[in-house]
Design a protein around this ligand. Structure first.
Ligand code: OAD
Length: 369
């Protein structure tokens, strides 16, 4: 950015003085300036722009997507997910009007809804976060069809990596091995004392949270709050995220994105990390912010985010609706529907067995009534 702007106090250049006297040239100059800015920000683009982007999908729809996978052209699939993949499990997302978490925090008296996940606020007032955590503890919920679709991709040897913003660990419950999942916003598996960094496990935190207590460090002379290893606003993403993004995305041959508004950075920007010809499919109820080509793209030619509604879209498939329905449709087109349904059925039966974590849902529901 520093390179793009001249030092303060520079005299107007010849071109600038000219534009003052010949206003009809202003738009041409603005165009050149934007092109210049575009090249400075994205130095590799000049060469690639010369070639027309390659369309590798026969048709830009779920049928085209299924054909691409069926023909064996997707062997290194990277998937991305947000809260929308877990709403069918009973966990609210963040931003859906009315039902999203941020619309339902009135009782917490927060300076703004996102403060509940802001590190500065948590350090001062951890109680609201732990109160909401009690309702959202990960052992209460069962994976959805979308989680089992991820599992199926893994079982078939097609999943390169799954990147999730979710902290509910339903990917884990659906049977995705740990090395296949990047918990970009952390999870509840462990926690650390904010002061001495002593580590605590989920079970220890869970007991306290269920008893409406704030987990406090048990180390002698400490007693500071213990925070689950969830990435709060104001904190860095885990090193595993940073270490894997480049190799995973640069070698991906298909990107599948499920149930996220694509508004939180740096996660949302991952969609731009795959190669230009790599198809991207977005399973969501509506086109999130990052999936709409905006005025800046029209003006500057710098296209970031998905281009589902752009006239020259050549690779971004929008599978509108609930992502479970989208996954079942895709599975059907792939001839995998029976396998997906069986995984879901077996997984849920396992969760319902006495002593399984899903059993906590029934116990808690009983004690709440
Ligand atoms: P959002 O609530 O921002 O977006 C969820 C998206 O999923 C919305 O576009 C919904 O319309 C869509 N959706 C909901 N249910 C769906 C379903 N069953 N099928 C298909 N689409 C569905 O949640 P995220 O994008 O995950 O970060 O939010 C990103 C981050 O913002 C979270 O990780 C969290 C939050 O602040 C932190 O707390 C650090």
């Amino acid at each position: 950015m520093a390179e793009a702007s001249g030092p303060a106090g520079d005299k107007p250049s010849e071109a600038e003085s000219e534009s003052e006297s010949k206003p009809e040239l202003a738009s041409e100059q603005i165009g050149r300036m934007l092109e210049e800015m575009h090249l400075r920000l994205c130095p590799g683009l000049k060469e690639t722009e010369k070639e027309a982007p390659k369309q590798v999908l026969g048709t830009i729809d779920v049928q085209g997507l299924a054909k691409f996978i069926k023909e064996g052209k997707a062997k290194n699939i990277v998937t991305m997910a947000g809260a929308g993949i877990s709403t069918a499990a009973g966990i609210p997302d963040f931003r859906s009007p009315g039902t999203g978490l941020y619309d339902n925090l009135g009782e917490y008296n927060l300076p703004d809804p996102m403060a509940i996940f802001a590190i500065d606020f948590f350090q001062e007032e951890p109680a609201p976060f732990f109160k909401i955590s009690k309702a959202l503890l990960p052992d209460k919920f069962k994976p959805t069809y979308t989680h089992y679709m991820l599992r199926l991709l893994h079982d078939k040897g097609l999943l390169k990596r799954h990147y999730t913003q979710n902290i509910d660990m339903l990917e884990d419950k659906a049977g995705l091995p740990e090395e296949k999942v990047i918990y970009a916003h952390g999870n509840f598996k462990t926690g650390h004392c904010l002061a001495c960094r002593r580590q605590y496990d989920f079970e220890w935190m869970r007991e306290l949270v269920l008893a409406d207590k704030i987990p406090k460090c048990e180390q002698a002379n400490c007693g500071a709050t213990v925070k689950p290893d969830i990435v709060f606003f104001g904190e860095s993403l885990p090193a595993r995220f940073a270490n894997n993004v480049e190799p995973d995305f640069s070698s991906a041959d298909l990107l599948l994105i499920f149930g996220t508004s694509l508004v939180v950075m740096p996660f949302a920007a991952l969609v731009d990390k795959v190669k230009d010809e790599v198809p991207r499919a977005y399973f969501n109820r509506e086109l999130g912010e990052g999936a709409v080509s905006d005025w800046l793209a029209l003006l500057t030619g710098i296209k970031t985010g998905l281009q589902c509604n752009a006239e020259d879209n050549y690779r971004d498939v929008f599978v509108k609706g609930d992502c479970d329905a989208g996954c079942l449709k895709l599975a059907e087109l792939l001839g995998w529907k029976a396998e997906l349904e069986a995984l879901y059925k077996e997984g849920h039966a396992e969760e319902e067995k006495p002593g399984a974590s899903g059993d906590a849902q029934k116990t808690d529901a009983k004690s709440a009534s």
